[in-house]
Design a protein around this ligand. Structure first.
Ligand code: IPM
Ligand code: MN
Length: 344
């Protein structure tokens, strides 16, 4: 009999819409992988999201955040609901977790897998390193004269040298493990202040680490991702550009249903958080149509981060195999096909 020698505390935060449906599938597969690879997960259910907010007025209570800090990882489904005003849960829950836990890397692999049609000129196989705590997401701004003809709204992009540098350094070290090539995506011809800082830091880090640094304006990067995807391997970019180009990258690699992400604390001084890139998709919640592959691949990123590389590879290979055989057309069909694969 195999003895569990490794155990991890993982907060399960299913959230809204299809979040509970897709994370339930991924959770079962993680359990199965754990049995095969000799680790166990102590899941801690965390019922935050729109229902909890509407019932209690709480978005992310401090004591819950305190409990989350003590976990090994957080596995999140999706947050956001048409019954809650925009921003309440996005800023108050998701972004607060990213910021307060200092999850400064948002890692988003984008690889066209066999069996998935390509919309562009070739197969994208890239990984986007999105800065996750600064930029236009920082919340610096405000509204004055609200509702009047003089109303003014500002939203400032905050970029600190330390914040940019740690992000670029992470991306450079990832590039070293892959092709050695790193592309900085920004808009230095217009955003001359933030752009200058990002470019100077990237040049410095590239010189020091001898990665091969390329640069692309974000608009051109969107074009090349479709017309010449082979030019990209590791991409590093700011928070908002990263948000936008990873939706494009998702579309080019089979859609949001297949896209995974890790909000990382690379220094491992606290938990990292893993979530599919898709949102709560209220339009299909409860229909049984949600694709759990993005959640499963996010769980694979989590296992890899926890040091369970073999189990992570097994989950990823199962998704690859199911996709190569034509994929599945419902949450249950995905779950059955992936479970059969992992059980082999
Ligand atoms: C994402 C999402 C979030 C973001 C939203 C829900 C706040 O679009 O994870 O890409 O903008 O970062
Ligand atoms: Mn997004």
């Amino acid at each position: 009999m195999e003895v569990n020698v490794r155990s991890y505390v993982v907060a399960h935060l299913p959230g809204d819409g299809i979040g509970p449906e897709v994370t339930a599938v991924a959770k079962d597969l993680v359990e199965l992988a754990g049995k095969r690879h000799g680790f166990s997960i102590d899941w801690r259910h965390c019922p935050l999201g729109s229902d909890h907010y509407l019932r209690t007025g709480e978005v992310l209570p401090d004591d819950v955040l305190g409990d989350l800090r003590k976990t090994d990882a957080i596995f999140l489904g999706a947050v956001g609901s048409p019954s809650v005003p925009p921003g309440v849960l996005e800023r108050g829950l998701l972004l607060r977790l990213r910021f307060d836990l200092d999850l400064y890397i948002n890692l988003r692999p984008a690889r066209l897998r066999a069996g998935v049609p390509s919309y562009g000129a070739g197969a994208l196989d890239a990984i986007v390193v999105r800065e996750n705590t600064e930029g236009l997401y920082a919340g610096a701004g405000g509204i004055a004269h609200r509702g009047s003809a003089f109303e003014v709204a500002t939203e400032e992009s905050l970029n600190t040298r330390a914040g940019v540098e740690r992000c670029v350094r992470y991306a450079a070290s990832l590039a070293k493990k892959r092709s050695g090539k790193l592309t900085l995506v920004h808009k230095t011809n217009v955003l001359v202040n933030a752009g200058s800082l990002w470019k100077r830091v990237a040049d410095e880090v590239a010189a020091e680490t001898s990665v091969q640094l390329d640069y692309c304006h974000v608009d051109a990067a969107c074009l090349y991702m479709v017309s010449d995807p082979g030019r990209f391997d590791v991409i590093v970019t700011d928070n908002l550009f990263g948000d936008i180009i990873t939706d494009l990258a998702a579309a080019l690699t089979g859609g949001l249903g297949l896209s995974a992400s890790g909000n990382l604390n690379p220094d491992k001084t606290g938990p990292s958080m893993f979530e599919p890139v898709h949102g709560s998709a209220p339009d299909i919640a409860g229909t049984g149509k949600a694709n759990p592959a993005g959640a499963v691949l996010s769980a694979a990123l989590m296992l890899d981060h926890l040091g369970e590389a073999a189990a992570a590879a097994e989950l990823e290979a199962a998704v690859d195999t199911v996709l190569a055989a034509g994929g599945a057309n419902s949450t249950v069909a995905w779950s059955d096909a992936l479970t059969a694969e992992v059980s082999k």
